[in-house]
Write a protein that binds this ligand. Structure first.
Ligand code: SAM
Ligand code: SF4
Length: 266
């Protein structure tokens, strides 16, 4: 569906949960975020209906994100439900990888097309620090199991924080190549100040060719990462919510003050 600036919007990023098994410093505040009530969170049936309407409006690329999508109970069933919908050309997932040893094979079997795995450092201490407690060996095991499960064209996402891990870019690139993966460097963004940058090694960050909107786990469609404008699919109705959000997609992002990255899905 075209927006008012003639951009074709065909890519929906779906946050399936706002819970996570890590607490990355750039993504959530130290004290965490306010937990939502169970009934506020969209059900699998809601996601199914939303994706069907999205397809009717011209969407064909979907990505499950979060929070950490693999901590949502029943995630394999959700992938199965969405992957079999006629018109879903790509169903990808962005994950921190920790639970991939448990789930990679099932995800592949369920019809997931591709994975993006987040990896900011190859130094255990730094990984632990930036994720507030994560173990590097766990994500490395996750990466290995994604290969064993047969996932191809996996991308690694590294958030680069100047003065912290910018010296690791060459090593991360080498690691990606050794694993037949591509690496995307995403300079740490700040929703509150509106600081954002282009993605090195991938799409994203160029507003003039933006093709995406986002759905939060509590059912709000968002026109832009850097805007507080959102429409509640349950209040307004799914199709109308899509039309409003695409119709009001700004030419360029500014700031987002009301939500943290963990709630929007990156
Ligand atoms: N938990 C999953 C993961 O970490 O891959 C998916 C959700 S996470 C919010 C999605 C992506 O957003 C991750 O690649 C993460 O590194 C990125 N991200 C989170 N906060 C960011 C920030 N402040 N600047 C740039 N990227 C960020
Ligand atoms: Fe969790 Fe992903 Fe945010 Fe890290 S970036 S806190 S893994 S949602």
């Amino acid at each position: 569906m075209l927006d008012q600036y003639n951009r074709d919007i065909y890519y929906l990023r779906i946050a399936v949960t706002d819970l996570c098994n890590l607490r990355c410093t750039y993504c959530m505040p130290k004290e965490g975020i306010k937990l939502k009530k169970h009934e506020e969170i969209l059900s699998f049936e809601d996601f199914f209906e939303i994706v069907k309407v999205a397809i009717k409006l011209g969407f064909y690329k979907f990505r499950l994100t979060g929070g950490e999508p693999l901590v949502r109970r029943g995630i394999i069933d959700l992938v199965k439900m969405l992957a079999q919908i006629n018109g879903v050309k790509t169903l990808a997932m962005t994950t921190n990888g920790l639970l991939l040893p448990q789930y990679a094979k099932e995800l592949k079997k369920a019809g997931l097309s591709r994975l993006n795995i987040s990896l900011d450092s190859l130094k255990p201490e730094k990984y632990k620090e930036i994720t507030r407690g994560g173990k590097l060996e766990d994500v490395l095991a996750g990466i290995k199991s994604s290969c064993e499960a047969g996932f191809e064209k996996t991308k690694l996402n590294a958030v680069i924080v100047d003065g912290f891990n910018d010296d690791e870019k060459d090593n991360l690139k080498k690691f990606a190549e050794e694993n037949k993966m591509k690496i995307r460097f995403i300079k740490k963004m700040d929703l509150k100040s509106g600081d954002y940058y282009g993605v090195e090694g991938g799409e994203g960050g160029d507003c003039s060719i933006c093709n995406r909107i986002r759905l939060t786990a509590d059912g709000k469609l968002r026109s832009c990462l850097f805007s507080d404008y959102e429409v509640d699919v349950r209040q307004v109705g799914i199709e109308q919510a899509f039309r409003q959000v695409i119709g009001n997609k700004p030419a360029k992002g500014e700031k987002s003050l009301k939500r943290e990255m963990i709630e929007i899905g990156g």
